[in-house]
Design a protein around this ligand. Structure first.
Ligand SMILES: Cc1cc2nc3c(=O)[nH]c(=O)nc-3n(C[C@H](O)[C@H](O)[C@H](O)COP(=O)(O)OP(=O)(O)OC[C@H]3O[C@@H](n4cnc5c(N)ncnc54)[C@H](O)[C@@H]3O)c2cc1C
Length: 372
């Protein structure tokens, strides 16, 4: 007997790791009960996490074409930008003048980087590779002893890329015999303390071995007169200062948001006060903006939508497991914090998960692995 029930129309809007994990999870969990349309602002899924190695000569990270992914997964693809959600009508408006209906809307539109330390170079991923690479090369060519300072300003949750830049810089300077001091200024109490004590201590050892000095609980306010100014300590002389950006939410018309533009969600990813709309990843009010966590949120939201579509799935609320790979110039360090009670903090040079992707997603990592 064939079913006469109309499949739930799910619109997945985004274009990053959250959107891809959501698509794969929905197909896995809802099967034919969901008819999926994918709407992405960009033509490519870019793997931003690997861009930290590019200023040091690594190949640009592989980009995956959304058109090919959509064809491969058998879903409709719309290259466009959501400009407004008309939740009462279950429709979104798009930049190209389109108007798309849905039964369930899953948003993963990310956040926008905002420079916050005046006078510092900002590193927010691929767009800054050239500028930061050139500045580091110029510093290496300059005479005498020099100092480069990497800054994690307050309000930045995911600081791992900063430690990678510092370690990779120190590694290159040491290999070339450069007289370069590398320092990190961070608002954290311990380097990558978010991973827990064991992992953080392993990171601190790596930094010490590489000769990178870390100033914790330190707040950089601006770069001026050849120094980075620290709120409590005063000026720290620096020849180059590179800072992470703060993120700003998408302020999507028709959706609630906090003062920074981020969308509030519950533990299933449901948008507060909006029926049939879910949001995951960097665009939400969740403080830690990280690709692996975006993928875990996407899995939860997809399961919730699949259950609404009538699939027999176990919907478990979001319980984040934090996983990261720290590039060091030598062996990478694998870091993990599991949501046990009390939390388990682990660090190691061997793989702690497989595939050993830098952005860990239950489905997204094996899928991208399979596509090369
Ligand atoms: C330098 C750097 C290193 C990092 N390292 C790691 C790491 O090692 N591990 C890790 O897990 N995470 C890492 N991250 C964080 C990770 O990249 C992000 O947390 C992750 O990409 C968030 O995924 P997302 O799907 O929420 O958003 P994004 O990846 O930002 O994707 C959002 C997508 O939505 C599209 N979009 C925007 N607006 C609209 C719209 N209105 N309509 C339709 N589409 C829209 C955008 O074009 C974009 O493609 C790193 C980030 C940076 C910058």
């Amino acid at each position: 007997m064939t079913s006469t029930v109309r499949p739930t129309r799910v619109l997945v809007a985004g274009g990053g790791v959250g959107a891809l994990e959501a698509l794969l999870a929905l197909q896995d969990l809802a099967g034919a009960r969901a008819s999926i349309t994918l709407l992405t602002a960009g033509r490519f899924l870019t793997y931003r996490a690997l861009s930290v190695a590019e200023p040091f000569g690594a190949e640009p990270a592989v980009r995956h074409e959304w058109e090919q992914i959509a064809r491969d997964r058998g879903v409709r693809w719309i290259p466009d930008v959501v400009t407004r959600v008309r939740a009462d009508e279950h429709r979104v408006e798009t930049r190209d003048g389109g108007d798309e209906g849905y039964d369930a809307l899953l948003l993963a539109v990310g956040a926008r980087p905002v420079p916050v330390v005046p006078g510092a170079l900002t590193f927010a991923g691929p767009r800054d590779v050239l500028a930061v690479g050139e500045a580091l090369r110029a510093l290496a060519a300059a005479p005498g002893r020099r100092r480069v300072v990497f800054v994690a300003p307050s309000g930045v949750g995911w600081t791992l890329p900063l430690y990678e830049l510092a370690l990779l810089t120190a590694h290159r300077a040491r290999s070339a015999g450069d007289a370069l001091d590398v320092e990190v200024v961070t608002r954290e109490d311990a380097p990558l303390g978010v991973f827990g004590a064991t992992a953080s201590e392993a990171v601190a050892r790596r930094l010490a071995d590489a000769g990178v000095r870390v100033r914790t609980a330190s707040f950089a306010t601006e770069v001026a007169d050849g120094a980075v100014w620290l709120e409590l300590e005063g000026p720290l002389e620096a020849d180059l200062v590179v800072a992470l950006p703060r993120l700003s939410g998408p302020r999507l018309a028709g959706l609630p948001h906090d003062e920074d533009g981020f969308v509030p969600v519950d533990r299933h990813g449901r948008v507060h006060g909006v029926d049939d709309a879910w949001a995951v990843g960097d665009m939400t009010t969740r403080p830690l903006k990280q690709g692996g966590l975006a993928a875990q949120q996407a899995d939860v939201a997809a399961a919730d939508i699949a259950a609404r579509a009538g699939a027999d799935v176990d919907v478990r609320p979001y319980e984040p497991r934090l996983q990261g790979v720290l590039l060091t110039g030598g062996d990478p360090l694998y870091l993990e914090r599991r949501p046990t009670a009390p939390p388990t903090s682990t660090a190691g040079e061997g793989f702690l998960w497989w595939p050993a992707h830098k952005v860990v997603g239950r489905r997204v990592a094996p899928y991208l692995e399979s596509r090369g």
